[in-house]
Design a protein around this ligand. Structure first.
Ligand code: S3P
Length: 170
């Protein structure tokens, strides 16, 4: 069994992924952490040394590697499904869940997040909201190919995600 959590930055993929893995007795993999450990560099460092293009190549390689592991929940990076053949790979390898947070909740979380994210670094609240709306409009093309879409405007519980997964399987 392989579950892939996809969605925008701040949608809670890592938090939900950890909880889901525990609830279903699967291993949890955070794709960004996997990349950082593989290249011995943080994501912001990779953006500085190799640019976004270099990061996307590393991300594709990492995704293809983890997609061969068994019994896993993978929290992907927000852009992962939207580049190269990544969404095809995700769909062929397992079940995909899109955590579709409203722009309002995404902006709120990202403004208060401690994680450094090169794509939104230094943006004011207004710029961030505009950026989210603009990029979501493009990324939704990939995100919406997920097997399961969970729309939310609040903190989602693991029970909600498990229930969505169960009703998808029936
Ligand atoms: C990115 C999202 C980040 C990380 C990188 C690029 C994106 O992951 O992969 O900064 O393009 O949306 P999170 O979604 O975990 O923040």
């Amino acid at each position: 069994m392989r579950l892939f959590l996809i969605g925008y930055m701040g949608s809670g993929k890592s938090t939900v992924g950890k909880g889901l893995a525990k609830a279903l007795n699967l291993s949890f993999i955070d794709l960004d952490t996997f990349i950082e450990e593989k290249y011995h560099k943080t994501i912001p460092e990779i953006f500085v040394s190799d640019g976004e293009e270099g990061f996307r190549k590393a991300e594709q390689r990492a995704l293809h590697e983890v997609a061969d592991f068994e019994n896993i929940v993978v929290a992907t990076g927000g852009g992962a499904p939207c580049f190269f053949d990544n969404m095809v790979k995700i769909k062929r390898s397992g079940t995909s869940l899109y955590l579709n947070g409203s722009p309002r909740i995404l902006a709120e979380r990202l403004l208060h997040s401690k994680t450094e994210r090169p794509l939104i670094k230094g943006k004011t609240e207004e710029e961030l909201v505009a950026f989210i709306n603009e990029t979501l409009a493009k990324r939704n093309h990939w995100y919406k190919q997920a097997d399961i879409i969970i729309d939310f405007d609040h903190d989602i519980s693991i029970n909600e995600v498990v229930a969505a997964l169960r009703s998808h399987k029936q």
